[in-house]
Ligand binder design. Sequence first.
Ligand code: GAP
Length: 514
Amino acid sequence: MSQPVDLFKKLTSHCKEYGFIYQSSEIYDGLSAVYDYGPYGVELKNNIKQYWWMAMVQMHENIVGIDAAIFMHPKTWKASGHVDAFNDPLVDNKDSKKRYRADQLIEGAMDKMLEKAEKEVEKAKKRFGDSFDETLYRQTNDRVVKYTEQASEANRRMNEALKTGDMAALKALIEELEIADPETGSRNWTDVRMFNLMFNTQLGNIAGEEGKLYLRPETAQGIFVNFLNVQKTTRQKLPFGIAQIGKAFRNEIVARQFIFRMREFEQMEMQFFIKPGTQQEWYDYWKQARLKWHLALGTPAEKLRFHDHENLAHYADAAVDIQFQFPFGFKELEGIHSRTDFDLSSHQDLSNKKLQYFDPETNENYVPYVLETSIGCDRMFLALMSHALQEEVVGDDEGNTRDVLKLHPALAPVKCAVMPLKRNEPALVDKAKAIFNQLKFSFQCQYDDTGSIGKLYRRQDAIGTPYCITVDFETLENDTVTVRERDSMVQERVSIDKVAGIVQERVDMKQLFV
Ligand code: GAP
């Protein structure tokens, strides 16, 4: 899998072919940016959620979970700022009638400038060999300096326009950079305008604005409005957190890149309530804690990086993304936001209900500050799959390859597969089924006799099963089986009563916390 684009194509077709992800309503030609998870997809997704829940709730005495409703009182979204400020800048191409996000078009143009600079550097590297001083070249070569400065100036102007809501300035930038419709090449653009990303629907028994309901664009607000309920019923003292996993909905203007940007997706969010003034300390703490969570899965450190926000969301005084190197480049995987007391104070003002904490140490009442960690479960799924899917040459024969999904065993959809060496030998089949019927009490396990043993191994490799247990003629003599490990393909002969223990040791979620 040489080219990133090829890798991405391969990944999307692998997800479909092996029952991880299907396009929603495919028989009607699909619904754009909405996806269904298949039998292996749902297992992997559940495992991701379990790992997150375990790390955030189970391992922290001062973090508890909730499951709030998707529908909330419409005033929630007024208080949260989403009615007024949850917008993206949108621009239409008059010729192609295609709709784009203005900031993404500009970012695309900036990427091209930086790519040109990189190409110049690469060419020079080849030309000058060992004597090449890359830092000096980047600082002094006219073309490299020009492209880099152009990109940085475009970035500065875009951020300024986004910050001040100056849509005319965004349009001017699109025109100056001569940005064309990526699909048709047309430069015939409409003005840029703001577009609210919330989906809305109507309560059956109330007409007009009064009955307007929104599908939540983030799960966080369900936590904020329940802050006092939870604090009182669990008698938590600051600092403490409330965690939640649930669906969120956004009417994304451009929904591309498979499950990276969806209109219906799932978030895993935690709001950590803290004493005002301690936000920097907790910001640093959660940055490191969340990075550690990703690294424990075996994701190489160089595929993850922090990226500070230049344009802060309306609720944040500081924000950083954990970016992952997806096949289409480094992009946001998770956000860590210092949300101040913005949300609780706004809800307090609009509802006229006190949302304050009585601090027994200082004998004061105050609105806590909030530190948020927020990760998309689907995006995490994509990050894991894009790192795990590998095409490998088996043995010395270049033509003999396998697709293997090297997921951490604790997250693998199926933990072990049991198979008879020959499917038309009743004694082997009976024995294999008996072993499967025992193991299924402990793990997500599969029995398979639908092909030759080589084909069965390949199929389990492709869905990421860490162990294949094969029943052969020796099994009938001495109650031993072979256990094949997915990554090394090494087979070990062990007695049947040891199998469950061997599998358990590696697939246990505890492995992720040592
Ligand atoms: N409560 C804060 C919040 O919602 P966000 O940065 O807008 O912040 C948090 O979203 C995370 O949710 C992102 O880092 C991403 O993983 C995920 N996410 C956001 N929009 C998404 C979309 N359209 N499709 C899939 N995941 C999305």
